[in-house]
Design a protein around this ligand. Structure first.
Ligand code: BGC
Length: 753
């Protein structure tokens, strides 16, 4: 293996061969290597330059190759394809002075060529084993096509569905997002690639839900709500972090020493490296905290190790050293962190270890039948049945009209941030329904409407080649055709909602409803008087109170990935019983945002069962309840909960209690139920949320079966962080709830001594 590497590296490796442990060996290897490095070469390791958009061909720019040759580049990202990556790696390893391999990264967010549901959808499965499998498969595919490092998981808690990036995260709850963070990190690590946990931190709290906007937040909320998923990822051994674009206490995360050094390294013991987000350093000039030279020093000194795209470190750090603004020790530390990551990945042993894809049998690992099967299974677990008035499951007989702008668009199924997807090969709703009913039912199709009436808005909303081609016909013509087709059918499946790029980065919306032109289509379809199922595509919670009232059945399918269409058919026809539950609250209107289950009670809460009381905390024009609460989701079967039983009503510190319920499947179908455990700290030295998720289990029960579902809760899990970051467990009375959603009132009380 070692023959692949450069003579100096070989020399260092040989003299260290006597070393015992891998970490010790790494220490000495990196130290020796750094002793041979010039200042310029060290700065080069900190540089992650732009390569253009996703590069699928060989890198054209000789500039990048020359810079790699000169040792000015530590890594590259968003290059695709083993051969291309091998070619540039060869330059780094064989033609640069020290032969240090490049770290090759990519945004592998919810799959590689096999694409899984968007993370928000994936989280609605509440199935952490599935999350881990999805990350592992993504890592296996990317990791055999040249990618060693993924800019994932995104673990930003967010309570504002206007923010398009809620699609990339796992919803509103710190406990659930923490479990998700751990599962994702484990999955990537199982596949041997390096996760990059992002966006550190508070990015999900951008004011007004407008992407890249200012954040201002109390320390208590940071520690209790926004930071826990990042801490969980560190505990799982995540090796790299990405700093977020936003500011924290007036200082952008990219140069925030409190965040990057005091919290991340000192409080949590993180030992990996931190990369900026795309042009994050340069953007601090616009934030208004200094010129490029000053912000470069601030970033490095704050604890940022790698510069994505700004070329700020490459052009300023040497001067900073000369001026005494940067210490050689800090440069060495950043460089060492990056070399260590490369070492741990095994790149010094074999720089081409991630270039395993065989051009002769390209689909043997990537996009394999086995991976696609898992993608289909996991997608069907992510769908959430929001309403069903005895319409679903459908029969595979008669005439089925599949209608809507999202019915026949393969390109939109993968969802946002699926840069390596085979878009044209994704399975659409129409594909799925056709193959599920082949030879049994007649399937008709009509587009029914454009995505939105306004052409300009449509262009903005459907970028990256995923536009749903506008129909040359007028809205009226499309509508008439759809109605005529629908009236010939026994049942209508309406595929409506957002296009995939209406959520994701830089896709905030101030109006999060289903576009008007589609609502009009829905209303006209309903007038046909046929049973209708709304199959809803969305990258965020939508406001749709009126539509929910109108339709007899509603299945939220998010963006399910490459196998969407078949997974949707599996659920529509009852081959799979839906089991997903929401991980983000759906508001009734935009004015209720931010809305989340884990809110504080306030000094003027509404009385029980009230929707308005003067001088209480409420609105004149809408009640305080959401359209759909966190944790909600239906099944084709019925689950019933017995009362909560506690092993003790008097818990001491250092002890744990067991809480259980009897769960019964009293319906006609076998099915899975997500049993949720919440706690309320009834009296605290500071105000506490009305409910906090502390556990969940996904339980399978055959029709007619019952089981006891038990949770162990340690007293130590009942605490919270104070504003200074210390964790306290306060004695007092608690209420513990177990039920099917965050609105459950099935509870018992206990005392913590
Ligand atoms: C995004 C990151 C992403 C990076 C690299 C940025 O614009 O905020 O999430 O990882 O680009 O593509």
């Amino acid at each position: 293996m070692k023959k692949l590497i450069h003579p100096i590296l070989l020399f260092i490796t040989l003299i260290l061969s006597a070393c015992s442990s891998r970490e010790k060996e790494m220490d000495r290897f990196v130290k020796e290597l750094m002793a041979h490095m010039t200042v310029e070469e060290k700065i080069g390791q900190l540089n992650l330059p732009v390569t253009g958009e996703i590069v699928t061909g060989q890198l054209k720019s000789s500039d990048v190759s020359n810079r790699v040759r000169a040792g000015e580049v530590g890594g590259l990202f968003n290059l695709k394809g083993t051969e291309n990556i091998r070619a540039i790696q060869r330059i780094a390893v064989e033609e640069s002075r020290l032969g240090i391999p490049l770290l090759i990264g990519m945004d592998v967010i919810h799959g590689y060529e096999t694409v899984f549901p968007i993370p928000l959808g994936l989280s609605c499965s509440w199935d952490m084993e599935a999350v881990e499998i999805m990350a592992e498969i993504s890592g296996i595919e990317a990791g055999s096509d040249g990618i060693a490092w993924t800019f994932s998981p995104m673990v930003d808690v967010s309570r504002d569905p206007r923010w398009g990036r809620v699609s990339e995260g796992a919803g509103e709850d710190p406990y659930l997002v923490s479990q998700f963070a751990k599962a994702m990190v484990r999955g990537y690590q199982n596949a041997g690639i390096l996760p990059c946990v992002k966006h550190f931190a508070l990015y999900g709290a951008a004011e007004g839900g407008r992407d890249y906007n200012t954040v201002d937040m109390s320390r208590g909320r940071m520690y209790n709500v926004y930071l826990p998923p990042f801490k969980a990822a560190v505990e799982e051994g995540a090796g790299s972090f990405m700093a977020s674009f936003n500011e924290i206490d007036g200082v952008p995360a990219t140069a925030n020493k409190w965040l990057l050094t005091d919290v991340l390294r000192k409080q949590w013991g993180f030992e990996g490296f931190v990369v900026s987000d795309y042009t994050g350093i340069l953007e601090m000039v616009d934030h208004g905290i200094g010129n490029i030279e000053e912000v470069s020093y601030r970033a490095l000194n704050a604890g940022l190790d790698m510069d994505m795209v700004s070329e700020a470190f490459s052009s300023n750090i040497k001067r900073g050293l000369e001026k005494g603004q940067i210490s050689p020790k800090r440069l060495d530390e950043a460089c060492r962190k990056i070399l260590e990551a490369k070492y741990r990945l095994g790149l010094f042993d074999d720089p081409y270890k991630f270039c395993r894809r065989n051009p002769e049998t390209p689909d043997s690992i990537i996009y394999s039948q086995a991976h696609r099967k898992e993608a289909r299974r996991i997608a069907s677990e992510s769908f959430v049945l929001l309403k069903n008035e005895s319409i679903l499951p459908l029969k595979k007989t008669g005439t089925i009209a599949v209608i809507g702008p999202l019915a026949d668009t393969r390109e939109n199924m993968a969802g946002t941030w699926s840069v390596a997807a085979r878009l044209g090969e994704c399975r659409s709703v129409l594909d799925g329904i056709r193959s599920a009913t082949e030879g049994k039912a007649k399937v008709l199709y009509a587009k029914g409407s454009n995505l939105v009436a306004d052409e300009q808005l449509e262009q903005r909303a459907t970028t990256f080649g995923r536009a749903i081609p506008r129909d040359g016909r007028s809205d009226q013509e499309l509508l008439l055709e759809a109605v005529s087709i629908a009236s010939r059918a026994d049942v209508i499946v309406a595929a409506l909602g957002e296009a995939s790029e209406m959520s994701g980065e830089s896709s905030s919306r101030s109006d999060i409803s289903i576009p008007d032109v589609q609502v009009k289509l829905l209303e006209e379809l309903l007038k046909c008087g046929k049973p209708l199922v709304l199959v809803l595509f969305n990258g965020r919670p939508l406001t749709m109170e009126k539509e929910v009232a109108l339709v007899p059945a509603l299945l939220d399918v998010w963006f399910g990935g490459s196998e969407s269409g078949d997974a949707i058919a599996d659920v529509l026809f009852g081959d799979v019983n839906p089991s997903g539950k929401l991980t983000m609250t759906f508001p009734k209107n935009v004015g209720q945002i931010p809305i989340y289950y884990s809110h504080k009670n306030t000094g003027r809460p509404l009385g029980e069962g009230q929707w308005f009381q003067k001088f209480r905390s409420n609105y004149l024009d809408v009640d305080n309840d959401p359209l759909f609460p966190f944790g909600f989701g239906l099944s084709y079967t019925r689950f019933e909960y017995g009362s909560v039983q506690l092993s003790t009503n008097n818990l001491s510190q250092n002890e744990s209690l067991e809480a259980s319920v009897v769960l019964s499947n009293t319906g006609d179908y076998d099915g899975k139920e997500i049993v949720q455990l919440y706690v309320r700290d009834l009296v605290g030295s500071v105000t506490r949320p009305v409910k906090e998720l502390k556990g969940f289990q996904k339980v399978f029960l055959k029709a007619g079966e019952s089981t006891t579902v038990s949770f162990h809760l340690n007293a130590s899990e009942l605490g919270f962080y104070k504003a200074n970051g210390t964790y306290f467990v306060e004695p007092g009375e608690f209420e513990l709830f177990i039920g099917p959603s965050s609105t459950t009132v099935n509870s018992a009380k206990f005392l913590l001594n």
